[in-house]
Design a protein around this ligand. Sequence first.
Ligand code: HEC
Length: 478
Amino acid sequence: MGEIIVPPSLGGLTLFKYLIIFTFVIHLPFICSLMGSVLLSLGFGAFGKDQKNDTYLRLSKDLVDKTSVNLGVGILLGVLPLFTLIVMYLQLMYGARTMMSLQWLAVLGLSMVGIVFVYAYKNSFSKRDENFLVHFGIGKTAFGILALTYFVFLSNKTFILYPHNWAIVEYPIFQSFSSVNLTQFMHFMLLCIAFAGASMIFHFRLWANKEEQEENKDYYNFATKVGLYCVLVGTLLQPVVGIVDLYFLPEAAVSTVTSNLYIANVVWGMVICLSVLAALRYCGQPEKGVSTLMIFCITVLCAFMVANQLTVMVVVLISIGNIVAYLVKQTPGHITEKWIVALVFGSLALTLGSDFHTRNNSMKEHIQYLTEIAPKVVHVGNPADAGKKIYQEKCNICHTLDGTPGAAPSFLGIYGRKQIVVTNGEEREITADDEYIINSMMNPNDDVVKGFQAVMPPPNLSQEEMESVIAFMKTLKE
Ligand code: HEC
């Protein structure tokens, strides 16, 4: 896993950034509406069963039938882009330890199992009345696995923010419980609710079968309203989480552009909420809407982003704009709802933009570190481990690690230790820093530690080997 295909240059980084955004644009709406729908379906299923409410039970089934997926789509839009993302991230993180690679692979396995469970949940509706608990259990498992998948996925992504840790962190899993990652996860769950809401509006209002819609008017209106409320809740809370996220991000990750993008996110969210309120208000009057206001807001936001030189965002927005235009043309009426769907998808561009900007930023800060240190890490693994090996082969006859001086001073606490040495017959005090230790290895007789004999043979180590010995010494704290 440690091999490099694309070296970590700024050019490579930019390429990755655009590729990742592109892949995410395909993957995120899909996985969000999938997870959101399963969650809502479980909620309505449990409620419906509890209160013997047929509308809820029907919605529980429809949520999975209509707004979630079939297996083929799941693999095509869910797992494949995810796979591509993982390969790309693995490349970005080539300095990371094997543990990271395993975590990425776990994401892939979990996501497939999760999607299979969603499919099983979908099929178990035919037996819901006979065996509700099994049906519900399958659904909960499906959601649990997908949530876990995303938790691990996001924590791996968060790890990208801390490149200087890649070589030394033994258990990246702990990074998963950092504030940055928890806010990321909450952000994602809210996106799920918002996207599920948007796809409900889509399926029950915009692209619904007209005859069926007429026959079941009340039910379809109810489902649309649930969708509207989901969008409202998912959107209202998002900027809150976003701001908290901004606060916890590592300093290197934040720039003016990042902050501006977060502000744009908040403004965008407000526009969505306004339109949801309008939709609720004008329910039943499909021709009415607030499209002029929306066009104005979007134009202002686009201008804002151009000023931020985020060309890619504009490209994404223009593509989304095209989809919207198509939607608006497709069916007459329900203008407000169409805008809501479009805006929720638009928020994707903004979210991705701010997300990748932060990650990209922090990567840039560390690119120099990466090119200098990480390639060595790939070859020798952890330098301290390599140093320990050298110690065991060549030094342990004389130097101990437990503090007891034998024929030679112990290595315990050696790094940074102050001591008296004899140089050319004169005593002087030194601090055991890199320079001193390296010289002690190259010319053991230059400085002889007071109280010891000059019997150390020069170990003939390469520069790299000496550095790993020092790395090992640094781990030996008293
Ligand atoms: C034959 C015994 C012997 C072996 C083997 C040996 N050393 Fe030493 N080393 C000594 C003695 C004795 C001293 C103290 C006298 C001096 O400073 O030269 C010493 C001192 C040092 C010091 C300075 C310690 C201080 O407290 O300032 C360093 C660093 C060091 N050795 C590193 C190494 C490394 C690294 C290896 C293995 C690659 C090694 N030595 C192998 C005997 C040995």
